[in-house]
Design a protein around this ligand. Structure first.
Ligand SMILES: C[S@@+](CC[C@H](N)C(=O)[O-])C[C@H]1O[C@@H](n2cnc3c(N)ncnc32)[C@H](O)[C@@H]1O
Length: 154
């Protein structure tokens, strides 16, 4: 099973409908679940460090040792789709879940990055959290297709 945790509910209409579409398509291959965690309190009322700490605490109960934790971050490692598909196969060996973590407007707390099993960048550019969810879901779908030798990936 694959779980995607995101801080902040995706709201933009076309992105939401893309997310729903890929969640539906991915069902053919495995359970892929999106878990939306609430945004923290008003950014103007707390420091950015405190804000990131609040986000870290929201991830804490899902940040478990028996789960392979992939943290999405633009400072992470970039992979080709084929490399990502291979990693997905490898990360699942002996484990029930792979969990992906997508940060809020300020990004991740340093500790979340430090304790990740893999820090994944989808590009050196910065995307909104909701765009990151959509792009990740498409790459997961592509990985399923690649790993099943199905036509989609060129
Ligand atoms: C608006 S971005 C946060 C940007 C923040 N300034 C930072 O330094 O991380 C929100 C989240 O989307 C995801 N994200 C955005 N762009 C990404 C990229 N190029 N690669 C991987 N994840 C990305 C990350 O999980 C990030 O925490």
């Amino acid at each position: 099973m694959i779980k995607i945790f995101v801080i902040g509910k995706p709201k933009t209409k076309f992105i939401k409908s893309g997310i729903e579409q890929y969640l539906k398509w991915n069902k053919k291959y495995d359970r892929v679940e999106l878990i939306e965690l609430p945004l923290s309190t008003d950014l103007n009322k707390i420091t950015s460090e405190e804000y990131k700490k609040q986000d870290k605490e929201k991830f804490a109960k899902y940040y478990l040792p028996d789960v392979f934790k992939v943290v999405l971050d633009e400072r992470g490692k970039e992979l080709s789709s084929i490399e990502f598909a291979n990693k997905i196969e490898k990360w699942r060996i002996g484990r029930k879940n792979i969990s992906f973590f997508i940060g809020g407007p300020l990004g991740h707390h340093e500790e979340i990055r430090k304790n990740a099993d893999f820090l994944l960048s989808i590009s050196r550019m910065t995307f909104t959290h909701e765009m990151a969810v959509l792009l990740l879901l498409e790459q997961i779908y592509r990985a399923f297709k690649i790993n099943n030798n199905e036509k989609y990936h060129y």
